[in-house]
Design a binder for this molecule. Structure first.
Ligand code: F6R
Length: 632
């Protein structure tokens, strides 16, 4: 993929906003931060202030880290900087752990030399009857500061910028807004449950944002890919607020490869220039053509290719009849009911090799529910076919467990202690339960969990995870909990991994010496738990390079819940029967705290089966799918 460049090439003709694509968010953040530095220094030389519009959320974190680095290591001063934040949850006090005021203090302001009076964040606490005045004053303050020089933006899955949800007009100004359901679902993890996410926010309007002299929108990870493409290549519409940036003379997107992946130049490269017809690219093109025309692969004819921009492919690999058969066979060969390899069979065209048998299969789950959501059926098959499945839960998942679960547990323990007898044997349990109940009462719904409470929540999830594993025939003894320190010490969006995490995973790998590894997170939002655990596992694997088991170990990636694999991305498709789907459903039911995306996993498995069916392959009830890991 190209990196940033100021000249736009022919391949970008569908893009109505300049998009700079970077190998990593850090690289993008560095470039943007360098620009901010220039602005600040330029303004300083003029004896003026630089006015920045700032965003919160996980996206700008690498950018803020770079600004802090510039301040600490290169002496960049923020004395002449004035900031205006885009938004704040309505109803939250600044000290609330999820308030944007606290976020900004922790992520940036506490670490640089910006004067306090230069910081502006909408208040989440103005009384209802003063909201209008507060918002008007916010607009006036921006104007008084001379307007925003550079506005930093993220983008929500609804296409919102700031909290301008679908329906926000191009002229809208700072105001109170009702948050969209999807936005609240996305924030559910931070607030330990959707029910705790505020319903309202105060946000700068689209009109306020568009008045900024320069706009820079950042987006990372494949879960943002669809909405980035709509904002950049779709028509300007109030259903995607970010699309209004198309009408701004100096707006740019800074994205990583995951977030860029749905842009035409990456998704359908043959439409914007000569393509290199690698096996992967021809597979992608034929699947696309079949879907576009609504016809199975084996029924595509030469004209179909010629009339849809694929004449190059045809002249290189045609005629259609031959090309179709080749692609069809490759798709066919991805399907296997034997994810661990079929023992004693010719494995030339099977996704997994036959030997060794049985295999040692190590399944990594970022949080305890993830592996069950993505591959319960496959784990069951592996186990039932004689392989040895070991499920390693990388983090405790304690941040997902609600207070009410902890309350239920402590309440039961308390009552049991009282009702059983008053003997000394129950005293420690009673004291423990009392302590948990006291913490819950004191901290209220929104306070941070002290260690004791997090520990209890982790234990609750351990029970659920073992229970779910049993539903798919995996014994409790084969389920482990690594409780990686980065998670135990951190909070959503604010995790930081260390060598300690890598060492823990490397030691498990050496103990297991797996023949197969299953994991996820390769192109997730880099601040997500799955992306962090992916990087930890990859570093641990790197440490094991050269060990005898390592070179013979196959690595399979399962997809994240936000973006299932498309057929051309699948290397192994494991079909599931209706009865297996019932068992998967049952296993999922053992978790109390599934998000709506997790609950919908069986529907996604069914949709994958339908895609295969549409391409002309056998009709299955559902399919779980995997990609072979190929190091870049
Ligand atoms: C927050 C804001 C929002 C976020 C968006 C993406 O100040 O303006 O528009 O940028 O919701 O959030 P993350 O970065 O957490 O994916």
């Amino acid at each position: 993929m190209s990196s940033s460049s100021s000249t736009r090439s022919h391949s970008e003709i569908f893009e109505k906003i300049p998009v700079h694509v970077f190998a990593t968010p850090t690289a993008a953040a560095r470039e943007l931060a360098a620009e901010v530095r220039q602005l600040i220094e330029y303004r300083k030389a003029e004896g003026r202030n630089a006015v920045l519009g700032l965003a919160t959320g996980s996206t700008p974190v690498p950018f803020y880290r770079e600004l802090i680095r510039l301040h600490r290591e290169e002496g960049l001063s923020f004395q002449n900087v004035i900031t205006f934040n885009l938004d704040e949850y309505y109803g939250l006090a600044p000290e609330h752990p999820e308030s944007y005021a606290r976020f900004m203090a922790e992520q940036l302001f506490n670490h640089i030399d910006i004067p306090n009076e230069n910081i502006h964040i909408p208040s989440g606490q103005v009384p209802g009857n003063q909201v209008f005045v507060h918002c008007r004053e916010y607009e006036e303050a921006i104007e008084k500061a001379g307007g925003i020089d550079l506005q930093i933006l993220g983008i929500g899955r609804t296409g919102h910028i700031g909290f301008n949800e679908p329906g926000s007009s191009k002229e809208s100004l700072t105001r109170r807004i009702t948050l969209d359901r999807i936005t609240r679902q996305d924030a559910a993890g931070d607030f330990r449950g959707e029910q705790n996410v505020p319903h309202f926010a105060i946000t700068m309007g689209v009109g306020t944002i568009l008045r900024g002299r320069k706009l820079a929108l950042m987006a990372w990870g494949e879960n943002k890919a669809g909405i980035v493409a709509r904002a950049v290549e779709g028509s300007v519409t109030d259903t995607v607020s970010a699309s209004f940036l198309q009408e701004h003379p100096d707006a740019r997107f800074f994205v990583d490869q995951g977030a860029a992946s749905e842009l035409v130049r990456f998704k359908l490269p043959w439409l914007v220039g000569p393509a290199s017809w690698s096996p992967a690219e021809s597979m992608r093109a034929v699947c696309w053509l079949s879907k576009k025309l609504g016809r199975p692969v084996l029924k595509l004819v030469d004209e179909d290719y010629n009339e849809n921009g694929l004449s190059d492919l045809l002249s290189e690999q045609g005629p259609a009849y031959q090309l179709n058969i080749r692609i069809f066979n490759r798709l066919q060969n991805t399907i296997t009911g034997w994810p661990g390899g079929k023992p004693h069979e010719d494995d030339t065209y099977r996704p997994e090799r036959a030997k060794p048998y049985p295999k040692q299969c190590l399944v990594f789950s970022p949080e305890p529910q993830d592996a069950v959501v993505a591959m319960a059926g496959t784990m069951e098959r592996l186990q039932d076919q004689g392989n040895h499945v070991y499920l390693a839960n990388l983090t405790s998942g304690s941040l997902r467990v609600s207070d009410s679960e902890a309350d239920k547990f402590a309440g039961t323990l308390n009552e049991l202690a009282i009702s059983t007898d008053e003997s000394a044997a129950w005293l420690p349990q009673k004291a423990y339960a009392d302590e948990v109940l006291r913490i819950l009462a004191e901290k209220g719904e929104v306070g941070e969990d002290p260690e004791l409470l997090r520990r209890l929540k982790a234990l609750i999830l351990r029970g659920e995870s073992r229970d779910a594993a049993q539903a798919i025939h995996i014994a409790s003894s084969e389920v482990s909990f690594l409780d990686l320190p980065f998670y135990e010490k951190g909070r959503y969006r604010r995790f930081k991994t260390t060598e300690e995490d890598v060492v823990a995973v490397a030691s498990l790998l050496r103990q297991q010496r797996p023949n197969q590894i299953y994991l996820t997170g390769h192109s997730s939002d880099p601040s997500s738990v799955s992306a962090m655990t992916f990087s930890i596992v990859m570093q641990a694997l790197q440490q094991c390079m050269g060990e005898d088991w390592r070179s013979a170990c196959s690595i399979w990636i399962y997809s994240g819940k936000e973006k299932p694999f498309a057929p051309h991305e699948i290397d192994m498709a494991v079909p599931m029967s209706p009865t297996q789907m019932e068992r998967k459903q049952r296993a999922l039911g053992r978790f109390q705290q599934l998000t709506s995306l997790e609950v919908q996993a069986p529907d996604r498995d069914r949709a994958t089966a339908r895609h295969y069916d549409d391409l002309g392959l056998a009709q299955y009830e559902a399919i779980e799918c995997f990609q072979r890991w190929r190091a870049a």
